[in-house]
Design a protein around this ligand. Sequence first.
Ligand code: DAT
Ligand code: MG
Length: 145
Amino acid sequence: MVKPDAVQRGLIGEVVSRLESRGLKMVGGKFMQIDQELAEEHYAEHTDEPFFGDLVEFITAGPVFAMVWEGADVTRQVREMMGATDPAEAAPGTIRGDLALDLGRNAIHGSDHEDPESNEREISLFFDDEELIEYERIDESWLYE
Ligand code: DAT
Ligand code: MG
């Protein structure tokens, strides 16, 4: 998900472009405003954290671009491309390492590959089944041996 800071900074295209160029396939995309209830559900695992209130306020502060991507080992690969949670620790070349500076304004959300259920759970929070499109990219035989 492109978070509100990155939407405001005109970085939707940059984020999409990085994932697209890697060879990952977008199968769902939605420009939307997250409300309080959805934000609290989305970040339910962080309910007890002291930063929970700020997190909910931030993710609801403006529109986001939610996406579903497919590809080999996609959840882990996207996490690697995102970089560390704190942009100050994120390696150059990663999305957070190149596009953000502050933990509370870290540009992008991604499901957690260490929590295999987070992927499906988050997809169903933001998308109905019919909003996910199955198709072939013409370059698939050149992306995968
Ligand atoms: P990630 O977004 O990399 O999956 P996370 O799930 O641990 O990271 O935390 C969700 C968001 O909460 C994260 O993008 C930024 C914020 N956050 C995490 N740890 C924080 C902390 N110690 N202080 C303030 N905000 C924090
Ligand atoms: Mg997380």
